[in-house]
Design a protein around this ligand. Structure first.
Ligand code: SPD
Length: 372
């Protein structure tokens, strides 16, 4: 039976819709690549297809399309897709701000849509060309980071929590485990400023969007203390195999990367830690300067069709905003409580928001933690 998330529940933790002042992130702009690609996928900054009517350059998180997604689109439209990868919203923004990125479709998260819109790197969508927007559930429309959906259409949603080896360390329920010296050298964190600082803030009982200097300094101290316990900071998709092969015991991961390995290995578990964790929504947007704007709209419309939407979630294990896809989501996935958390868990999830000028403080702190 297809599950639907109530709009009231979804909006409850979206924050007040506050979008703070302008933010211009200045992080590394290297392009990530992974074997999951179509076209040349060679990390060539969107230049692989040269751009234009017959080709589309997609800049995406790694492992974030189903095996059939790009071939299905190519077959339906005749448009060849080249995909490059990034590991964080900040890397995506830096790439776009460096100019000449050459991408047609990008997939930023909630708070980053707000930042990008203010930074002027996004173009308005033409909903005449996205008739399948009608499949987007009410609870995923008009969210605080883009109240009129002028610039973004939801792609997937999920949580950020912990994948761990339950057989080795027993049940864990909170963030405390990632600060426990007992697991020294066998913990990995996501290399993501807002997620990792967010985990520290939440474990201290603070808002994931805190702009209070004292709270952020406390979070910094906690992460500096944690650093010697870590195997390192990685892309979430790199952490999953480290937990699977027993190299590490606890990994900070996005929910799809956390739930997938638990399907055929009951020694592993994914949890949404107490007292709270992140809930995020990723979105499809078209950056300024896209060479194939029509193709980009076709791609967005394709993802919002029932079949491609279901295939996407059945592969990634992330939630879908696409109501037409719900009847075809695999039951083995909808049966996992963390896929669609019960109200008492959902209510303790927090959504990352643009913190405006405080973004610089977050970035400085994370840089200092990593170099400590
Ligand atoms: N492998 C794809 C993961 C996509 C995660 N995006 C979420 C970012 C949350 N800040």
């Amino acid at each position: 039976m297809a599950k639907r998330i109530s709009r009231g529940r979804f909006l409850k933790t979206m924050g007040a819709g506050a979008v703070a002042g302008s933010t211009f992130s200045i992080l590394s702009c290297s392009v990530s690549t992974s074997p999951q690609s179509s076209g040349d996928g060679g990390g060539n900054g969107g230049g692989g297809n040269g751009g234009g009517g017959n080709s589309l350059n997609l800049y995406n998180w790694s492992d974030y399309v189903a095996e059939e997604t790009l071939p299905g689109f190519e077959e339906e439209t005749g448009i060849r897709v080249t995909q490059d990868f990034y590991a964080s919203n900040e890397e995506l923004l830096a790439r776009l701000q460096s100019g000449a990125a050459g991408y047609d479709v990008i997939v930023p998260s909630d708070y980053m849509v707000a930042i990008m819109q203010k930074s002027g790197v996004l173009q308005e969508l033409d909903f005449e060309q996205i008739p399948n927007f009608e499949n987007v559930g009410e609870e995923f429309r008009g969210l605080s980071y883009d109240p009129e959906n002028n610039f973004s259409v939801p792609y997937q949603w999920g949580t950020t929590g912990l994948l761990y080896n339950r057989a080795e360390i027993g049940e864990i329920t909170s963030w405390d485990a990632i600060f426990d010296p007992e697991f020294e050298g066998r913990i990995a964190m996501i290399d993501d400023v807002r997620e990792t600082l967010g985990a520290a803030l939440m474990s201290l009982g603070y808002s994931i969007n805190s702009t209070d200097e004292a709270e952020l300094e406390e979070a910094q101290s906690l992460l500096v203390e944690q650093k010697p316990l870590l195997r390192g900071y990685f892309d979430s998709t790199e952490i999953t195999p480290l937990v699977e092969n027993g190299d590490i015991l606890i990994g900070h991961v996005f929910s799809g990367d956390g739930m997938t390995p638990t399907m055929d290995n009951e020694d592993l578990a994914y949890i949404i830690p107490e007292p709270g964790a992140t809930r995020w929504t990723d979105n499809m947007c078209i950056p300024n300067g896209a060479a194939n704007v029509e193709g980009a709209h076709q791609f967005i419309n394709y993802i919002l069709a029932a079949g491609p939407g279901a295939a996407l979630t059945n592969y990634t294990y992330y939630g879908t905003p696409n109501e037409a896809a719900l009847p075809d989501i695999d039951e083995e996935l909808t049966d996992i409580p963390e896929y669609d958390p019960p109200d008492e868990v959902f209510d303790r999830l927090q959504v990352i928001e643009d913190v405006g000028e405080a973004t610089r403080m977050y970035e400085r702190i994370f840089t200092e933690v990593k170099s400590s």
